[in-house]
Design a protein around this ligand. Structure first.
Ligand code: GLP
Length: 241
């Protein structure tokens, strides 16, 4: 069962999440960190950047992105690679050689998924995996019903996810409908999981993930099977528990 901590505000939850990551980096300077994108984690990275300016070194850390859209070049502002670079990698001085992500422009996305899974394994696996949660209970881009035995794979995005993420694209822009994502099996093989959820929009997904049955219908419910999962919530996201 996950360790659940509830904070008054979204900012407090983000600070606590960043503090967990900072403590992990201090304890293991060559940490393999799984990173997530989305609006929820923006203040987490902001706080980590502040910690870097206050002296925390990320020099030995390697980062692996959870997922990436298929069909977006790395330079596209809405690609998760660009987001990670802008919000975290560049400000803390992490060189590209230590930052890994699926290539959304790969000619053969299936082969790219296999390559990425192998790269994670070559790094020795993920020590700490940061996660957000979708309104439909997705983690990474594992949409319901999720196959808990899948490794990194190519997936079609759920219509709820397309609607939720439309805000990250210009009105005139084509929004990608597929992604390469770590699978639930990949995510659960991380040594520690750290999920953050904030806001009323995540209330039902969090209730299903933590209090519902372990079920493909709520991919985040798979966290109940992990022996070292920490869930950090604000009061709104926790209000269905
Ligand atoms: C996105 C990402 C997830 C993220 C989730 C929540 O689609 N693939 O990794 O956790 O949805 O995003 P947000 O924090 O913007 O609600």
């Amino acid at each position: 069962m996950a360790d659940v901590r509830v904070f008054g505000t979204a900012l407090d939850a983000a600070s606590a999440t960043a503090d967990e990551i900072a403590a992990a980096v201090k304890a293991k300077p060559d940490l393999v960190l799984g990173v997530a994108t989305g609006a929820t984690v923006v203040p987490v990275y902001r706080r980590l950047v502040a910690a870097h300016h206050a002296g925390l070194s990320f020099a030995g850390v390697r980062c692996f992105s959870l997922d990436e859209y298929v069909g977006l070049p790395a330079m596209h502002g809405s690609s998760y690679r660009a987001e990670m670079r802008a919000q975290f990698y560049n400000p803390v001085g992490l060189p590209p050689s230590q930052c890994f992500a699926p290539d959304g422009m790969a000619d053969d996305p299936l082969a790219e998924a296999a390559r990425y899974e192998a790269a994670i394994a070559r790094a020795g696996g993920v020590d700490l995996q940061l996660l957000g949660i979708g309104v439909n209970g997705h983690i990474g881009f594992n949409e319901p019903p999720a196959d808990f035995n899948q490794g990194v794979h190519v997936t079609d995005l759920a219509s709820t996810t397309l609607v939720a993420n439309r805000r990250f694209f210009q009105p005139s822009e084509m929004q990608p409908t597929r992604a390469i994502t770590m699978g639930v099996r990949t995510i659960l093989s991380a040594r520690k999981l750290l999920l953050i959820a904030t806001g009323l929009g995540k209330r039902d997904a969090i209730a299903a993930a933590l209090r519902g049955p372990v079920s493909p219908a709520c991919p985040a419910s798979s966290l109940q099977m992990h022996s070292n999962a920490l869930v950090i919530l604000d009061a709104d996201a926790a209000s269905g528990l």
